[in-house]
Ligand binder design. Structure first.
Ligand code: PLP
Length: 451
């Protein structure tokens, strides 16, 4: 019950925020979120804010579901912790693994748990290298990823990621990780045809494999739709070509489904929407709708057979944490029983698409694209040429994000791209509010940019 200013002062004094210039917070004060229900956040001043980011792309079933709180409390009373090391297990992890095997496409039938997407991607690095070593090809170590990708913040997953700002700090990337360009036609395609561009970007994978030698390449990792890079929806030509190349060279395909998974794109997994056949899927976020920390790797029969036959010396204290597993299972039950994924595909998703695409009529918006419930706007001073703002990258996006905040709407900016990833339970009425506030914020940002 402390006043907001006092809480903000304590926060600035003692809390180091991730991905934040913490010194700025001393002057500005962090916004303190105290409660949330559905898609609406309440802050310490009583303001009601529409969260079009679902927290950090994760609160798929929306905030405030009592069922999850009850399941967590019950599980904590019954068995708050037990590990899954050394030939022990427990009921929540068994039930969740079986459910994930049922939901995952193809023969992705085996789950290795972590507490986050970063840890899961670290697991993937070691798992694919161990797989090839066990297969008698230990030189297959290289993992190819993409520039501007985000796969987590640990040293391993941050190395898989292709964010230059991250690589500049703390000695990343680790050896044997290579990056190719992203299929970002709007920003990098110039005058080319989008489909030709998509093919050319996919063929960079083949060129990289040829350059390094296929006998050195273990895997390719990518999100079906790149999220934190700016919701980059690839041209249709891109993924079939990537799949062809992985198949041709026997390179394992890791689909990072941390954002795209659990209904975000209108299917259970983004790989289904984009027609990809991964060997491994990274999962986290929407797996528990953010109610409990949990992540993992869902792997194919082929890989599990090899990994299960050796002792894979890898694991986290909280691999398969019983409370997180119980919460995730309840979250999946709600997604399934309330047909939330189907609604994204057939009802609220198309409605959001219509409203979102209408924002392309705004003078500041060069492109408005969305798949399921992950969307982006490219801000531009000149629609026809798709020009970038001359000022420091991110200025227009930053101004727009601040205007959204002032208008009780959380949208994120990545450079001059505005992005959304709302809870999948957002109603049509709330979608109308989202679109109205976004338009008003764009108007105000445009006025500010003219000053
Ligand atoms: N992979 C993707 C695609 C992500 O977007 C993220 C987080 O945003 C991660 C991995 C890392 O997940 P976590 O923050 O749970 O470690």
């Amino acid at each position: 019950h402390m006043p907001t200013a006092e809480l903000q002062a304590l926060d600035a004094a003692h809390h180091m925020h991730p991905f934040t210039n913490n010194n700025e917070l001393e002057q500005k004060g962090a916004r303190i979120i105290t409660r949330a229900k559905g898609v609406t956040l309440t802050d310490s001043e009583g303001n009601q804010i529409l969260d079009a980011m679902g927290g950090l792309w994760c609160v798929n079933i929306g905030y405030g579901r009592e069922e999850l709180a009850e399941v967590a409390a019950r599980q904590m009373r019954e068995l708050p912790f037990y590990n899954t090391f050394f030939q022990t297990t427990h009921v929540p992890v068994i039930a969740l693994s079986a459910k994930l095997a049922e939901l995952a496409p193809g023969d992705l039938n085996h789950v290795f748990y972590a507490s986050s997407g970063s840890e899961a991607n670290d697991t993937n690095i070691r798992m694919v290298r161990t797989y090839w070593a066990e297969m008698g090809q230990p030189e297959r170590k290289v993992i190819i990823s993409r520039k501007n990708a985000y796969h987590g913040s640990s040293v391993g997953s941050g190395s898989l990621g292709g964010m230059s700002g991250m690589h500049a700090q703390g000695g990343m990337p680790i050896p044997d990780i290579h990056h190719i360009d992203q299929p970002y036609w709007y920003g990098e395609g110039g005058d080319s045809d989008p489909e030709e561009f998509g093919l050319a970007r996919a063929r960079q994978l083949e060129e990289k494999i040829e350059e390094l030698g296929a006998h050195c390449v273990a895997a390719f990792i990518a999100e079906p739709i790149q999220g934190a890079g700016g919701v980059i929806i690839p041209p249709d030509s891109y993924w079939p070509e990537i799949q062809r190349i992985c198949d041709k060279y026997g390179v394992l395909l890791i689909a990072d489904e941390v954002i795209c998974g659990f209904g975000r794109t209108g299917n259970w997994f983004g790989s289904q929407t984009l027609n990809i056949r991964p060997d491994i899927m990274t999962i986290a976020k929407g797996l528990s709708s953010g109610y409990a920390p949990i992540g993992g790797s869902i792997v194919s029969d082929k890989i599990a057979e090899v990994i299960n036959a050796c002792e894979f010396n890898h694991g986290y204290t909280y691999s398969g944490h019983p409370v997180s597993c119980a919460v995730a299972l309840e979250n999946l039950r709600i997604l399934e029983e309330e047909k939330i994924v189907e609604r994204v595909a057939q009802d609220t998703g198309p409605y959001l698409k219509e409203k979102w695409q209408a924002l392309a009529d705004h003078p500041l918006v060069g492109e408005a694209r969305i798949v399921g419930m992950m969307g982006s706007l490219a801000l531009t001073p000149h629609k026809e040429s798709r020009a970038k703002f001359a000022a420091d990258a991110g200025t227009a996006g930053y101004i727009c994000r601040e205007r959204c905040f002032a208008n009780s709407l959380v949208m994120r900016h990545v450079g001059d791209r505005m992005i959304i990833s709302p809870p999948l339970v957002i109603t049509k009425e709330e979608i109308d509010t989202l679109a109205e506030r976004a338009w008003a914020s764009l108007d105000q940002a445009a006025a500010k940019l003219k000053e």
